[in-house]
Design a protein around this ligand. Structure first.
Ligand code: NAD
Ligand code: DAU
Length: 360
């Protein structure tokens, strides 16, 4: 059994679906179901006895203690977080509560549980913390890509909260010996991506005939990784990562935002041409820049390749085509997310007993 947190969100759900599809051991999936958590992401494992869904908060110590005692996981994979930079600028409080305080509570519960395990299980236990390249701050056009030795220089409330959580994870290893692993990944994209982030927002807005808002000059660079490649990297680190180490995960796909938006438009022009024959590019609108906007991220992923033999399977061309196609094939998912219908369903479903309900 493994305990996954945040497994109803974008990356966590992709991870849980891959894990279950691979026939691995059962998963307890603890997710608070914030606006970003969506049980429909897990529709295909509903009723599967190897997936137990629990609605709850990683900051709830009593719940964590109960889940750990009941399910005796051999690992915890912590995806749960507030993840959107723009939201962190407008309201940082939730980011501190979940990313900092929540991670602290999860670490403490894990430590109490791990310390009481018998020797063999204690030796095998792992706490894997999923983090971001944004903790390293921003790069100039000529700087080398972020390596694991880069200084932490977070610039947004989001990245500062993630940096704080990484430091807590590191300290729990150094001080208490908790067997931790940390991954710092670049921008993910792929199926189930909530349409507040660049790529899904562009696809969804384009199809709805809305503006495609590009911040500032659109020349900020991000380094893109297909989400299932991120999931395979996490599996590999969980399997063979060295305790206390951090691993940078990336796809060697640095691209300016405007190029991403142009690529999405070109794919939509090919796969779902506009009725008026014009290109979706005509919907691009340059808008006010994000405050404190980091100019460039780039990941040096040589350590995970050298030590653990991990490499991404998708190129950007194959991954972005699959992604655009997924959104075209799943209009109900998009409609549910946009209308908020999935949240109403969740509220109805969990009203009586909000804690510990299996999806089954
Ligand atoms: P997301 O916002 O799509 O999903 C987050 C999930 O966590 C949601 O299901 C939400 O309900 C849940 N959650 C939030 N607060 C919680 C709490 N207090 N207790 C339990 N569950 C809670 O995020 P994502 O994009 O899937 O990111 C997952 C993790 O990966 C995050 O830690 C993020 O920092 C990290 N990350 C993301 C990216 C990316 O490009 N999306 C890149 C690198 C790292
Ligand atoms: O680098 C990893 C990080 O990537 C993760 O840790 C975060 O959780 C994840 O949200 C993502 O952060 P970004 O801020 O890079 O992602 P976002 O999709 O919000 O923005 C990508 C780039 O596109 C960024 O430079 C801002 C720009 N942008 C974004 C939106 C939503 C636009 O130009 N227009 C937009 O409408």
């Amino acid at each position: 059994m493994i305990l996954v947190t945040g497994g109803a969100g974008f990356i966590g759900a992709n991870f849980v679906l891959d894990w279950i599809a691979n026939g691995d051991e059962p998963v307890v999936n603890l997710d608070k179901l914030t606006y970003a958590g969506n049980l429909h992401n897990l529709d295909s494992v509903q009723g599967n006895p190897r997936h137990i869904f629990v609605q709850g908060d990683i900051g709830d110590t009593a719940l964590l203690e109960r889940l750990l005692a009941e399910h005796q996981p051999r690992a915890i994979v912590n995806f749960a977080a507030e993840s959107h930079v723009d939201r962190s600028i407008h309201g940082p409080e939730d980011f501190i509560q979940t990313n900092v305080v929540g991670t602290f509570r999860l670490l403490e519960a894990a430590r109490q549980y791990w310390q009481a395990l018998p020797a063999i299980k204690k030796e095998a236990f792992r706490f894997l913390h999923v983090s971001t390249d944004e903790v390293y701050g921003t790069l100039s056009a000529t700087d080398p890509a972020f390596s694991e030795d880069n200084r932490y220089e977070p610039n947004s409330p989001y990245s500062a909260s993630k940096a704080a959580s990484d430091h807590l994870v590191r300290a729990w290893h150094h001080t208490y010996g908790l067997p931790v692993l940390t991954t710092n990944c670049s921008n993910n994209y792929g199926p189930l991506h909530f349409p507040e982030k660049l790529i899904p927002l562009m696809i969804v807005n384009a199809l709805a005939g809305k503006n495609l808002p590009v911040y500032g000059d659109g020349m900020q660079v991000r380094d893109w990784l297909y989400v299932r490649d991120h999931c395979s990297a996490i599996r590999r680190v969980l399997e063979a990562g060295r305790l206390g180490e951090t691993y940078n995960v990336g796809g060697w796909n640095e691209k300016p935002n405007i190029e991403i938006v142009n690529t999405v438009c070109a794919l939509l022009d090919e796969l779902r041409p506009r009725a008026d024959g014009q290109s979706y590019k005509t919907q691009i609108a340059y808008v006010t820049d994000r405050p404190g906007h980091d100019r460039r991220y780039a990941i040096d992923a040589r350590k995970i390749e050298r030590e653990l033999g991990w490499k991404p399977a998708e190129t950007f061309d194959t991954g972005i085509r699959k992604t655009v196609q997924w959104y075209l094939d799943n209009p109900e998912w998009v409609a549910q997310v946009q209308s908020g219908a999935y949240r109403e369903w969740v509220q109805k479903q969990y009203q009586a007993d909000p804690v510990a309900k299996a999806v089954a």
